[in-house]
Design a protein. Structure first.
Length: 305
């Protein structure tokens, strides 16, 4: 009996001193444990969770498993960049009141929305990262704005946006017209005059990596049809026609996604793949979108952010 007790004690001691070797003990990961929390900002027609499906599908959960503190914000799915920014501001203020600053990561229209915060309240922001954001506008928005059927498109868009908002309990009014105008080439140029930090001065260059104490990063994709099992790929295949064969993700052109330090601008991902939609159906021949987010948050950690 004494020998059995001594053997057990020895095994426990070895397991405790080398937990990675023990199957019953797994040390919590700190790979994504940043100094300031990560704050996710959705894009057009966005939401936090819709019928149990997160907009940033599986991303927040994966980041949290790796030590990150993550907040998911909600702004109007369809509105101007400034109106969306004003809706985001009190949420950022509340988070920063606890943590000091935030690391904003915005997808699509969420990128310019996050830039609005760094423009008006830079002291609240440690970094802004845009994912597939149309910083210089989208031809898709241009086509709709200039179309004779724009009024019908706005009506249908408002109805769909309102339905998504109702189901996801957002509580915001919707304006397809204001959203499209902000995402058009002209509207984006006007916003860039208001918030120029991080925007490339050349047609397809790289912008400043920081301003006013805020770091800037971006990445995006140039895939369109990336997984034949994903029904959303068909819609993006149609919208990609607006780009006249130039590289794009179905909604945003390769050069338009440039902002601050470019992590990569040509992942084989379409506009929805970038946030692991729909339901994680992305290309089997490209990096998992969750891994891209995780690696970037580790980058923020290593930068002391």
């Amino acid at each position: 009996m004494k020998l059995w007790i001594k053997t057990l004690a020895l095994v426990v001691t070895i397991a405790w001193s080398a937990p990675s070797a023990a199957w019953w003990w797994k040390k919590p990961s700190s790979y994504a444990d940043t100094r300031y929390p990560v704050v996710l900002v959705h894009g057009m027609f966005g939401f936090d969770s819709l019928l149990g499906v997160d907009y940033f599908y599986g991303i927040a959960e994966d980041l949290r498993k790796n030590g990150a503190e993550v907040y998911i914000t909600v702004v109007p799915g369809l509105e101007s960049t400034i109106a969306r920014g004003e809706a985001l501001l009190p949420q950022v203020e509340a988070i920063a009141a606890v943590h000091g600053k935030v690391n904003l990561i915005g997808h699509s229209h969420g990128g310019p929305t996050a830039r609005y915060i760094s423009r008006v309240r830079p002291e609240l922001v440690a970094s802004v990262t845009s994912v597939g954001s149309p910083h210089k506008g989208s031809p898709v928005a241009d086509v709709i704005v200039e179309s004779p059927a724009s009024s019908l498109a706005n009506t249908l868009g408002d109805a769909l946006g309102g339905l998504i908002d109702l189901i996801s309990d957002g509580g915001y009014d919707q304006s397809m017209q204001a959203s499209l105008q902000s995402l058009s080439t002209q509207g984006s140029a006007e916003f860039n005059n208001f918030a120029p930090a991080g925007i490339p001065t050349s047609a397809c260059g790289e912008g400043a990596s920081s301003a006013n104490g805020v770091r800037f990063y971006s990445w995006g994709g140039t895939g369109v049809v990336t997984n034949l099992l994903d029904p959303s790929d068909a819609l993006l295949g149609i919208t990609s026609v607006a780009f006249n064969s130039s590289a794009n993700d179905g909604m945003v052109g390769r050069c338009s996604n440039h902002f601050g330090k470019i992590i990569r601008d040509n992942y084989f991902m379409n506009h929805l793949d970038e946030v692991n939609q729909a339901l994680g159906l992305h290309s089997l021949f490209e990096t998992d979108p969750k891994a891209v987010f995780k690696q970037h948050v580790n980058r923020l950690k290593n930068a002391g952010l």
